[in-house]
Design a protein around this ligand. Structure first.
Ligand code: IMP
Length: 182
C-alpha cells in the first residue's frame, strides 16, 4: 500500500456557508424564472457534480437530471483548447427547458462547444449556470445566465473542482497553493 497523502494547507476563497447561501439564491432565481414549468439540469462531469447536487436541492419546480462529459484539462492547469464530447445526454432534450450546469466558466471553450452542440438538439430554451466565472480568461464570447461568484485569474480547488483529479471532495472552494508541484 502506498503512503498516505498529506493535503497541503489551503487558503479558503469561499467557505461552505458562502457557497450554500449563493447556491440557494440561484435555486430561488431558477424557481422564479421557470415557475410552473419543467426543466432539465444538464451537468458537465465531473466538476459540476457537487454544484448540481446542491443546486437541485434548492429548486422546487419539476426537474430532471442528465450529464455529459467532455475532454478536460488533463493533469495540469493549462487547456489544450480542444474540446471533445466523451459522454452524450441519455435523454433527448428537444423541446425541453435545459440549464447546463458547469463548475467554472474559464476560457469559455467548453461551454461554447456545448452550447452550440445542444442548440442543434432544438431545446425549448437553453441557459447556463456556472458556479464560478473567470471573465479575464475568456477566449470566446460566452456568458452564463446564472453565476455563483466572479473571480480573478486564480486556480481553485474543491467543491467538485480538481487538480489532477484530486481535491474535488473539499467542502470549501480553496486557492491552489502557488508552490504546489506540477
Ligand atoms: P474552459 O473551457 O476554459 O472554460 O474550462 C472549463 C473547465 O476547465 C472547467 O469546467 C474546469 O473543469 C476547468 N477549470 C478551469 N479553471 C479551473 C480551476 O481554477 N480549477 C479547476 N478546474 C478549472
Amino acid at each position: 500500500m502506498s503512503a498516505p497523502v498529506t493535503l497541503p494547507a489551503l487558503k479558503v476563497l469561499f467557505s461552505r456557508q458562502q457557497i450554500a447561501d449563493r447556491v440557494a439564491e440561484i435555486g430561488r432565481q431558477i424557481d422564479r424564472d421557470y415557475a410552473g414549468q419543467s426543466i432539465v439540469l444538464l451537468g458537465v462531469l465531473k466538476g459540476a457534480a457537487i454544484f448540481l447536487a446542491d443546486l437541485a436541492r434548492n429548486i422546487s419546480i419539476d426537474c430532471t437530471f442528465d450529464f455529459v462529459a467532455v475532454s478536460s484539462y488533463g493533469k495540469g492547469q493549462k487547456t489544450s483548447g480542444a474540446v471533445k464530447l466523451i459522454k452524450d445526454v441519455d435523454q433527448p432534450i428537444e423541446g425541453k427547458h435545459v440549464i447546463v450546469v458547469e463548475d467554472i466558466l474559464d476560457t469559455g471553450l467548453t461551454l461554447d462547444f456545448l452550447h452550440k452542440l445542444f442548440q442543434q438538439h432544438q431545446p425549448r430554451s437553453l441557459r447556463i449556470a456556472a458556479l464560478l466565472d473567470k471573465p479575464s480568461r475568456r477566449m470566446v464570447k460566452i456568458e452564463a445566465d446564472y453565476v455563483g461568484f466572479k473571480i480573478p485569474n486564480q486556480f481553485v480547488l474543491g467543491y467538485g473542482m480538481d487538480y489532477a483529479e484530486r481535491f474535488r471532495n473539499l467542502p470549501d472552494i480553496c486557492l491552489m497553493p502557488p508552490d504546489y508541484p506540477e
